[in-house]
Design a protein around this ligand. Structure first.
Ligand SMILES: *[C@@H]1O[C@H](CO)[C@@H](O)[C@H](O)[C@H]1NC(C)=O
Ligand SMILES: *[C@@H]1O[C@H](CO)[C@@H](O)[C@H](O)[C@H]1NC(C)=O
Ligand SMILES: *[C@@H]1O[C@H](CO)[C@@H](O)[C@H](O)[C@H]1NC(C)=O
Ligand SMILES: *[C@@H]1O[C@H](CO)[C@@H](O)[C@H](O)[C@H]1NC(C)=O
Ligand SMILES: *[C@@H]1O[C@H](CO)[C@@H](O)[C@H](O)[C@H]1NC(C)=O
Length: 543
């Protein structure tokens, strides 16, 4: 989302707090963390953008998200809010749905929209929801978080709220007063250059460096550690909030969970459930939401396999263990890859090439996303197994096989254009096998540089996860090439059901493209489009 540009927090942090820049030697595990003591009250949160769920009509519209998150082991959604007119309507639905699904939620004030001099308003908003049965309570206090917010008057927040709160903001070490907090969230779940972009030679602030900085600032106060798997955003001149970069992804989702298990913080926040614009969603594409223009790189790119990958890690984390292996219930392969090799040339049709988009943020780049060089042309596979097996991957003409141990393990295979197939073989017998619904192609899908990840699972889900009409509202805006829409499972000669039930059959490679669905033809989605644009426009970051 636009209000997750990180601009405010990160640029300020990098400029003002050079200590976040690349300490030379950083221990991977912070020895001060009292892991055993804290194991019983560990909680997992997931960041949820209220700002793109303005189209929801009832509490029931939140039920699927609540059920799925709870089933995964997520304890609470961090409800990211700005100051939009629909916020209270949607919060009421979310709190009600959480209550009926035995989930917890809490407010996460987004200080791209809230101002740090609005302590009274923040306190009043906390008070408004504090007594709801779905409110997360930690250590007998009302749990509250933020995005940025360094410098707010916490005493005034508390007095306006009229109750004691567990204040766990996304302050930045050296910037906010850590004496005022009960815990702190680190948002930066990606290696970066200390200036909100991908690492550059000599400028590599890893996620572990961030852990260190926060743990040092917090002393023995609890840490809310970030866990994220990807970051790609690609808004061109078709919107007013142009921005275009990646952070290193690849095997991050797996490696970071390993790191989290070693670190053992009291809290983990998954970044995010539904921030499609930055490609770090683990929730379904079908989770109802408006389109801020991200559908161009989100359509046909489900991520729910990441949700499945994290399941045994979440269970292990909560049990205070450092290995997920004992928590694997069902054997699975989770795989992901970008849909095109990184040298595919899309300059002629890419949405970032035309016009003169505003770059006052410094976040806009033309062509391939800033940081693209770091991404590996590989197919990534995580095996969750109960006993060893040989994992075989065919990526176009390329092949790889691995001896995977029992437990969780990860592999990468060189990316090849064409079909992507995955199998696990044990004692000469194929125990898991499937062909991905998404081929890797050496052309520009919808004409753009798409550095998002396609995530699949073997055995596959029974239904294909798709964006709905409202989620596709801005798909074609600014596009210069045809954009076959919701094509997964439409491969000629096959269909989703067949692919799902007959795992040994090969999907027919020729694609049958559905006619482009232009959501703009749909009056109700047009309304949504206008609502989204208005809210985006009214709230341009000023940092
Ligand atoms: C919330 O509950 C607390 C404790 O039960 C009570 O003191 C307070 O008045 C309640 N606040 C509101 C706004 O109802
Ligand atoms: C940054 O440092 C980490 C840890 O040493 C390393 O894995 C990663 O490759 C580095 N990234 C870059 C771009 O140099
Ligand atoms: C936008 O600003 C950033 C930071 O100054 C700069 O690196 C980048 O090249 C600019 N983008 C364009 C398209 O000029
Ligand atoms: C694949 O599907 C296309 C379109 O339905 C068909 O023309 C072609 O013969 C099929 N190829 C194979 C190998 O089944
Ligand atoms: C997909 O294939 C199955 C099995 O052959 C068939 O029952 C179903 O009607 C097909 N669905 C579509 C949408 O074509």
């Amino acid at each position: 989302m636009l209000w997750k540009t990180l601009l405010l927090a990160l640029v300020a942090t990098a400029a003002a707090f050079p200590q976040l820049k690349v300490p030379k030697v950083v221990p991977r595990v912070h020895k001060d963390v009292a892991r055993a003591d804290e194991a019983t009250d560990r909680l997992v949160f997931c960041h949820f953008m209220i700002g793109i769920s303005s189209n929801r009509k009832s509490a029931a519209d939140y039920d699927t998200d609540m059920k799925q998150a709870k089933d995964l082991g997520i304890d609470a959604f961090a409800l990211n809010i700005g100051v939009d007119p629909y916020t209270d309507t949607q919060l009421a639905y979310a709190y009600e749905s959480a209550a009926s699904n035995d989930m917890k939620v809490f407010l996460s004030f987004d200080f791209n929209w809230y101002k740090v001099d609005q302590a009274a308003a923040v306190g009043a908003k906390i008070k408004q929801y504090a007594n709801h049965s779905a409110q997360l309570i930690v250590d007998n206090k009302v749990f509250v978080s933020s995005f940025a917010g360094d410098g707010i008057d916490v005493a005034q927040v508390k007095s306006s709220a009229g109750l004691d709160i567990f204040w766990a903001p996304n302050y930045h070490p050296g910037m906010g007063d850590f004496g005022d907090v009960d815990a702190a969230l680190n948002w930066m779940g990606w290696d970066n250059d200390g200036n909100n972009k991908a690492p550059k030679p000599g400028d590599n602030v890893t996620v572990a460096h961030g852990d260190e900085a926060y743990l040092d600032a917090l002393g023995h106060k609890p840490y809310v550690a970030p866990a994220s798997g990807w970051f790609f955003t690609h808004f061109g001149g078709e919107v007013s909030y142009s921005k275009n970069w990646v952070f290193p992804g690849d095997l991050l989702w797996y490696n970071r969970w390993r790191e989290i298990l070693e670190l053992g913080p009291r809290f983990v926040e998954i970044v995010t459930w539904n921030d499609y614009g930055e490609s770090h969603y683990i929730g379904p594409l079908s989770s109802p939401h408006t389109d801020d223009g991200a559908s161009k790189w989100v359509m046909d790119m489900p991520h729910t396999g990441w949700l499945e990958m994290s399941r045994p890690f979440i269970a292990a984390y909560k049990a205070g263990e450092t290995s997920p292996d004992q928590h694997i219930q069902d054997e699975k392969l989770i795989y992901w890859y970008r849909p095109t090799p990184k040298d595919v040339e899309c300059d002629d049709t890419d949405t970032t090439m035309g016009g003169t988009p505003d770059n006052s943020t410094g976040n806009f780049f033309r062509g391939r996303p800033d940081g693209w060089e770091i991404m590996q042309d590989e197919v990534f596979v995580v095996a969750l197994l109960k006993s060893p097996a040989t994992i075989k991957v065919t990526s176009g003409e390329k092949e790889g096989s691995f001896e995977a141990p029992a437990g969780a393990s990860a592999f990468a295979v060189e990316m090849g254009v064409g079909k992507q197939t995955f199998s696990a073989v044990r004692d000469g017998k194929t125990v898991l096998s499937d062909t991905s619904l998404k081929d890797i192609v050496d052309e520009c899908i919808c004409g753009i540089y798409n550095f998002n990840a396609y995530v699949g699972v073997v055995p596959p889900d029974e239904t294909v996860d798709k964006l709905d009409t409202v989620g596709l509202a801005l798909l074609t805006q600014g596009l210069k090439a045809p954009c076959p829409t919701n094509t997964l499972g439409l491969g000629g000669g096959s269909n989703a059901t067949q692919t799902r039930t007959s795992q040994t059959s090969q999907t027919n490679g020729s694609r049958t493209f559905a006619p482009t669905t232009s959501a703009m033809e749909n009056p109700s989605s047009e309304t949504m489009t206008l609502a989204t644009s208005a809210s985006e426009a009214s709230a341009t970051p000023t940092a």
